[in-house]
Design a protein around this ligand. Structure first.
Ligand code: THU
Length: 164
């Protein structure tokens, strides 16, 4: 028997103005997208912005539904759109942020579990780590290089292949 430890690494910036300019640009695109989220039920508008290898920026926001589980998170709207429209481009970075009426979200909004799984899928597919950046409406910004820092020990296509 062996006890193992997983080391998770990330960068915490005090504020938006402390992150590199390219990341600020992506967070701003995510914030703009969050403002047009369709989130009438939660009032919690989330925006995601993706920088592709070509430099193109793709945005998406959460799309809710009266049948609650039929809605989709901002990250997956943006990732699926990017994959559907630009399947040959790699996802370099995804930035996530939020917009609410109160404007009081100070804690960084991390991607949910299902979105982490989808980020893991595209990392595997492109064989290159995805940089993940997330923030609240104000305050700290978290930056991570690679999904292993958010979702260690993933289920992926290797697991499926072993069953064949
Ligand atoms: N939401 C996202 O868009 N991304 C996340 O990672 C977490 C949650 C959305 C889903 C729902 O529309 C609202 O936020 C409240 O959960």
């Amino acid at each position: 028997m062996e006890h193992k430890t997983i080391n998770i690494q990330y960068t915490e910036s005090e504020s938006f103005s402390e992150v590199p300019e390219q990341d600020q640009e992506l967070l701003s695109a995510a914030a703009k997208s969050a403002a047009s989220a369709y989130a009438p039920y939660s009032g919690f508008g989330v925006g995601a912005a993706i920088r592709l290898s070509s430099g193109r920026i793709i945005t998406g926001n959460n799309q809710e539904n009266a049948a609650y589980p039929s809605g989709l998170c901002a990250e997956r709207v943006a990732l699926f759109y990017a994959s559907a429209m630009f399947p040959d481009e790699k996802v370099e970075t995804i930035a996530v942020t939020v917009k609410t009426e109160s404007g009081r979200i100070t804690d960084p909004v991390a991607p949910c579990g299902a979105c982490r799984q989808v980020i893991a899928e595209y990392e595997n597919r492109q064989n290159k780590e995805i940089k993940i950046i997330f923030s609240g409406e104000t305050g700290r910004v978290i930056t991570m290089n690679g999904i292993q820092n958010l979702l260690p020990i993933t289920f992926n296509s290797n697991n499926l292949n072993q069953g064949k």
